[in-house]
Design a protein around this ligand. Structure first.
Ligand code: NAP
Length: 355
């Protein structure tokens, strides 16, 4: 945009309210002409955040039941609508976004990577779509198995926006799926100590499987890892990984029943560290109840309510440390990709799912 330099955090693109940071902004300026410290990306794939995709999918199913038509069609319309209204894929119900895969089209001369990043590079953004200016020309396909959407579009990355070049040895849609949830295994690596009892809730999903790997690695032979899955299919995935001391099914929205199922598996002991990787609301109390006094709950799930977690823990008098699932941890992309390198079974599983 005429050689102008934008705010490194992107506030120059916030239209409502003007000058606010882009994540809390209601609407962004998504014009695909860049300021001289921005990156312009030709976007081909969106990896929609699991909590957001689930919400949009449920709304599309309800609409199809009401007025007819294809669920994927209603889902695509809903995504286009959000982006048209907000200039970004920021789900107004869940508040979450996702990330994207694309090709660098233009690098502003004052962008921090101006000297090293060339147009034509394939990359995945590691900042949320809930703050990334996005313009969608069309949606080519909605993939309900992978929560991914093939699109023709443009995105802008601010000077502070992190990204990862796509590793050449990995299929791109696979790399995108893993990088989207990279914060989960990286935080697990920080929180779990040798000898800990670790509970992963939502253990058969993408982040859950990565956390089983990282949790096992960090807890070591003196620790124990427990996998709480929901459906039979996700329990089978967690079992097939062969890393957990016990895999069991429970509905984490039903705290007392879930606690009982966990205690059956753990011999009545609470977890030292609980990692919540679920994609639906209402699972805060299961996470708190299953964690010992003085233990840690890591809420990676974007469907977590701060109020429910804080008041719920207070309500049962449980003094636990609760960690918000910051999507970024230094080196999180390398930790997540290393899980696949270290564990061929995990890699095969992700390849079958996403490649
Ligand atoms: N903090 C961050 O920066 C960040 C970044 C990306 C994603 N996220 C969030 O992380 C969460 C997980 O993402 P993901 O991509 O790993 O999702 P995913 O692959 O869809 O996995 C979610 C898992 O939750 C399980 N689940 C659903 N309902 C449940 C219930 N009532 N009780 C127990 N488990 C249940 C699902 O099991 P079934 O399939 O068997 O129902 C599924 O295995 C989402 O909330 C997403 O928004 C956070």
């Amino acid at each position: 945009m005429d050689g102008r330099t934008g705010c490194p955090y992107g506030s120059h693109r916030s239209l409502e309210p003007r000058g606010s940071l882009p994540q809390p902004a209601w609407k962004l300026d998504n014009r695909p002409e860049i300021f001289d410290n921005e990156l312009l990306i030709r976007v081909d794939t969106l990896n929609v955040d699991a909590a957001s995709f689930t919400q949009l999918e449920q709304a599309a199913e309800a609409k199809a039941a009401e007025v007819g038509g294809e669920v994927t069609h209603h889902l695509a319309d809903a995504i286009l609508d959000i982006v048209r209204q907000r200039g970004k894929l920021h789900n107004p119900v869940t508040g979450s976004g996702g990330m994207l895969l694309g090709t660098v089209r233009e690098v502003g001369p004052r962008h921090p990577a101006a000297a090293t990043l060339a147009p034509g590079t394939r990359l995945a953004t590691l900042v949320s779509l809930s703050l990334t200016p996005l313009l969608l020309e069309r949606i080519r396909r909605v993939d309900r198995e992978r929560d991914q959407v093939e699109v023709d579009g443009w995105a802008v990355l601010f000077a502070s926006g992190i990204y990862a070049p796509i590793p050449p040895h990995l299929p791109q849609t696979l790399a995108l799926a893993v990088l989207d949830v990279a914060g989960a295994p990286a935080q697990t690596a920080r929180l779990v100590r040798p000898g800990d009892d670790v509970l992963v809730i939502g253990a058969g999903g993408k982040s859950g499987l990565l956390c089983l790997h990282e949790g096992r690695k960090r807890a070591g032979v003196t620790g124990r890892v427990f996998a709480m899955a929901h459906s039979r299919a996700s329990a089978q995935r967690a079992e097939a990984l062969g890393l957990a001391d016990a895999v069991f099914t429970a509905d984490a929205r039903d705290p007392l029943a879930a606690l009982e199922a966990f205690h059956r598996a753990s011999g009545g002991r609470d977890a030292d560290v609980t990692i919540n990787c679920v994609n639906v609301p209402g699972t805060e109390m299961t996470s708190v109840l299953c964690t010992r006094e003085g233990g840690t709950v890591y809420f990676f799930s974007m469907a977590t309510s701060f109020t429910a977690a804080a008041l719920g823990a207070e309500g049962i008098g449980r003094d636990v440390t609760m960690v918000i699932g910051n999507g970024y941890a230094r080196g999180h992309d390398r930790v997540a990709l290393a899980c696949l390198e270290e564990n061929p079974r995990l890699r095969q599983m992700f390849e079958a799912w996403f490649a």
